[in-house]
Design a protein around this ligand. Structure first.
Ligand SMILES: [Zn+2]
Length: 132
């Protein structure tokens, strides 16, 4: 038994060859589609201020890529030392986006870890994806 007889046994008739060929062709098309879609997703956004931004400088969730719209003030507590050196809780507020799909809040933070406002971030975001 050599390779050519095995091949002929495998493709018993033309119909089988057509089905197998069609399947391989469809698989190749699906793979190409997935590749192009992934590339489009990758080229569609830039990652800045810990969020994704599109060409129109609109923010998107880095977790699920949902468009973020509700920029809201949130209440929190921060710890601070008082005059006597005791740690006290101080109520504070911060602005953040909330993703309803991921159930997470996203603050706008620059590369040094400082919080930035939405207006400042929008001005500073440069839409320059890594691919063309
Ligand atoms: Zn999300």
């Amino acid at each position: 038994m050599n390779l050519s007889t095995t091949f002929q046994d495998f493709f018993a008739d033309d119909r089988t060859a057509l089905v197998v060929g069609g399947f391989l062709g469809a698989s190749a098309l699906i793979l190409l589609g997935v590749f192009l879609w992934k590339r489009w997703q990758y080229c569609r956004f830039v990652y800045q201020f810990e969020l994704l931004w599109d060409k129109a400088i609109q923010p998107y969730c880095p977790g699920c890529r949902k468009r973020l719209a509700d920029w809201q003030q949130h209440a929190s507590i921060k710890f601070r030392k008082d005059a006597e050196g005791k740690t006290v809780k101080v109520p504070t507020t911060y602005y953040a986006f909330h993703c309803s799909r991921c159930m997470k809040t996203y603050r706008l933070v620059d590369s040094d870890g400082y919080e930035v406002t939405l207006e400042e971030a929008r001005k500073q975001v440069v839409f320059k994806p890594l691919c063309k």
